[in-house]
Design a protein around this ligand. Sequence first.
Ligand code: VG1
Ligand code: CO
Length: 522
Amino acid sequence: MQIETITTQPYNDQNPGTSGLRKKVKVFQQSGYLENFVQSIFDSLEDITGKTLVLGGDGRYFNRVAIQIIIKMAAANGFGGLIIGPHLIRKYQAFGGLILSASHNPGGPDEDFGIKYNAGNGGPAPEKDTNAFYARSQVIDSYKIAVMDDVDLDSIGTQNIDGFNITIIDPVSDYAELMQSIFDFNLLKQSISSGYITLLFDAMSAITGPYAKRILVDMLGASPESVINAEPLEDFGGHHPDPNLAHAHELAERMFGDNAPVFGAASDGDGDRNMITGSHIFVTPSDSLAIMAANAHLIPAYTKGLSGVARSMPTSQAVDRVAASYNIPCYETPTGWKFFGNLLDAGKITLCGEESFGTGSNHVREKDGLWAILFWLIVHEHWQKFGRDIYCRHDYEAVETPIANAIVEHLREQLPELAGKTFGEYTIKFADEFSYHDSIDGSISKNQGVRVGFTNGSRIVFRLSGTGTVGATLRIYLEKFEPDATKHDQDAQVALADLIELAEQFCQVKQRTGRTEPNVIT
Ligand code: VG1
Ligand code: CO
């Protein structure tokens, strides 16, 4: 195999955020940009020679170009082979994997692309690794690439090129097999094919269309019309493949319209996020996690119960109450899936999730949209038993970076004086900046968001997004605990109005940006 070493210069902006390196496609198209980052990862990993790497992607624009480049670089850097297909690191006991995705961000030549490294446990690389990739990217001066023809990505099977194995697998069959090992497909089939549960799934023109057709329609007997926007498109039809009520509007209209199906769901660009709705009802992801935790023992893979659960800090505390009631530990981690990995590996938790439409378990060590959708159970009963955390998130997108930084600085300055202060019915119990001590590897992650907690269990959290590609995104997470079942159906924006006002008082985002409302409410 002929290998070339290409001289290059570092780019200074390759810091992986919450979920890998995410930039505009145009940024990735700069000469050597993708190559530098991939080489930085390879240089930071130890003992790669002869190992097998998984390469997966969400099929968005630029995936195919990037895959060809990475195949040649993996061969040149001494890997033994590549398996092309998603979510398979654990199944094939691979060394690790590269995932080409910008998740729920829009796709196409003028939109977003991303790349992240997942370790041998299947989950996203921990912070110590992502820091090492970044450090290396700032000094890199060359990368290695093999001289070879492009590989045919559409023929399933193994090809051997000068001793380097490239295996392309049918990801849908693999995934369906995994789901059959977790759920009782016979039982699900009875409820669905009999029409007892009518359903609607919105694949948002992203990767899950073929999976949903195979599992929901072919295997579980749902009608073919139950899967909408099922054909994956490189630009997601020009939409944000983000499963929330704003972006999955076709689903939202049907679920809140006449003759709505019993159950509705959607997933994102790479299939790891999920949105759960019922007829005329929306289940927040925080509730979804709590409900899953409360009902997990009903599912074959979790009959023995959960060893523990974890949620990201801004996620509502609904799951905490379930954990307390079942007497299992509940961990609070910073935003991002890389923080769940150690806990899953150590067997401390079985289930975890985030407010941003992500839930997962030890089966892939990533959040998993379709898996969560198969898991779903009745909501009202759950709220009656555990009370409800009325919850929502307000996003202010593309805020000028200096303004966003000033908002955070201003919040920080107020923290020492806030505890004990009272605003109407809300008295502040604690106000701090969240930092996380990983009890498994001892690492400490600072500045993970500002929290203001109230004595009545309510909370406001402020943090800057780590996945945006334009300016800064301020996220405000609002949460109010409502034990009274008669008030569970009220509109979240109304129930949270006082907290929304308080949030503005603390952070002044409207005043400082001149905006009157958030861009997105989820
Ligand atoms: C957002 C979410 C976070 C999630 C991350 C990656 O990050 O808030 O919960 O883990 O996206 O999800 P941020 O830093 O913008 O708040 V995905 O589906 O993009 O892999
Ligand atoms: Co995603």
